[in-house]
Design a protein around this ligand. Structure first.
Ligand code: IFM
Length: 455
């Protein structure tokens, strides 16, 4: 499969991971506990009772992983810092060993010719902060900024791009509204203040990073084009509502300094002042894209085959997830719809005309239940096709005038997929979780050729 997509000179290719999903070593060198340690320890939360205790053991095997990345030839590596490794209590004293680990990792990446892209917070909130209210508490936003100042001062001279918060919508929705992610609360619509505090944390941390001398600060926000189940007025209205709650509730405050519709009224604190902070100008806007969502008015048809139907959605919602037919699915059951990526990039260009910094695709990827074959190789043509087609979708957006500067593959290697445990494999590198042996997949080789052939 050698038909490579055409992308502009200077387009950034990268891969991505997150600390709790790859590092393991949860007891090592003074790391504190996070909400994910607690959540995984509660029976029934994670498939097969799995945890991130060992994960890929990247904490101890980072040199091998950086060598694999160097041989792959990507320009950049996006990874997250473990807040409880650096600040075990979430406030106050810094754990020097934790900060040293990332300092060394940054230097190793640079020595391998790979630009470090750092996510400050990718969901592993220190447990003491959760005990004090987590993201329901406004104080957590300031604690995030204080932690960002610490890491910015130490790493800012060498990190190419910064992302203060990964996917606030997923934390608010899965963690606090539905309870399928840590901290496992089921607040329903009462989770709206969580969204506000996460956005405030993004804004305060952006300011703290800049004050620490960091440059090139943006987002990694999950966005899904919302497609109405039909042309009926009811389905279109339901889809518009979901679109607002999933997409624009998180993007409008950052890019326009306002909440859509009447959402500002549901938010706590001095919202107008907070919106000034939340809309601190950014150098890029990163979009994590996986699949579109089909939404209809409630009650018309059973929603069983929609991936969202597996979620414990509260009764009485004014919208209902529906299956997306006519598209192949990944082994996670997610629809493969590269045209949705072109659409979301074009929609951002149009909705935020004049206010939009350059875009990056900060994550996209495909879960396949890969195995190492008798030949010792991992043949994953569906993943190669996925990334080829999504890179073409980016190229189509660029050809249409959208300023897209890069694409990060989720993920560098197979890892701990949150409530799904280790079953859903997104990596370009296969990890045998019994032996921790790494095996580059065919998709890794495809990228290797693509990157080596660049002019
Ligand atoms: O694994 C996650 C990641 O942590 C955030 N974005 C989506 C990925 C796949 O579900």
């Amino acid at each position: 499969m050698t038909e490579f997509p055409e992308l502009p000179h200077g387009f950034v290719f990268g891969t991505a991971t997150a600390a709790y999903q790859v590092e393991g070593a949860v007891e090592a060198d003074g790391r504190g506990r996070s909400v994910w340690d607690t959540f995984c320890a509660q029976p029934g939360n994670i498939k097969d009772g799995e945890t991130g205790e060992v994960a890929c053991d990247h904490y101890h095997r980072h040199a091998e992983d950086v060598a694999l990345m160097r041989d792959l030839g990507m320009d950049a590596y996006r990874f997250s810092l473990s807040w409880p490794r650096i600040q075990p209590e979430g406030t106050g004293a810094v754990n020097p060993a934790g900060l040293d680990f990332y300092d060394r990792l940054v230097d190793e990446l640079l020595a391998a010719g790979i630009s470090p892209v750092v996510t400050v917070y990718h969901w592993d909130l220190p447990q003491p902060l959760q005990d004090a209210g987590g993201w329901q508490s406004r104080a957590t936003a300031q604690h995030l900024a204080d932690y960002a100042a610490i890491v910015g001062a130490r790493l800012g001279d060498r990190v190419r791009m910064w992302v203060p918060v990964n996917e606030p919508v997923v934390v608010a929705m899965f963690g606090y509204a539905l309870g399928v992610h840590a901290p496992g609360l089921q607040l329903g619509a009462r989770a709206l203040p969580v969204a506000h505090h996460l956005l405030l944390g993004h804004g305060l941390a952006t300011q703290a990073l800049r004050a620490a001398g960091c440059h090139t600060i943006g987002t990694a926000s999950n966005h899904a084009p919302t497609w109405p189940a039909s042309d009926s007025t009811e389905d279109r209205a339901a889809a518009a509502l979901y679109d607002t709650a999933y997409n624009w509730l998180f993007a409008d405050p950052v890019l326009c300094g306002s909440y859509p519709d009447h959402f500002a009224e549901a938010m706590p604190g001095p919202v107008a002042d907070d919106l000034h902070v939340i809309s601190t100008p950014l150098d890029f806007y990163g979009i994590n894209y996986y699949q579109p969502t089909v939404i209809g008015a409630p009650g018309a048809t059973p929603a069983q085959s929609s991936p969202l139907a597996a979620l414990p959605l509260p009764d009485g919602l004014p919208f209902e997830p529906r299956p997306l037919s006519g598209h192949p699915t990944t082994d996670f059951g997610w629809a493969v719809a590269p045209e949705g990526l072109t659409e979301v990039l074009q929609t951002f260009r149009d909705r935020y005309a004049g206010q939009l910094p350059p875009l990056y695709v900060t994550e996209s990827g495909c879960a396949v239940h890969d195995v190492v074959g008798a030949d010792g190789q991992v043949h994953d043509p569906r993943r190669t096709a996925y990334h080829r087609d999504h890179l073409r979708a980016v190229a189509a957006a660029i050809a249409d005038g959208v300023d897209v500067r890069g694409y990060f593959v989720w993920s560098t290697m197979d890892n701990f997929e949150w409530a799904e445990g280790y079953r859903q494999r997104f990596g370009l590198v296969h990890v045998d979780f019994a032996t921790l042996r790494r095996t580059p997949k065919d998709s890794y080789r495809w990228f290797q050729q693509l990157l080596a052939a660049r002019p």
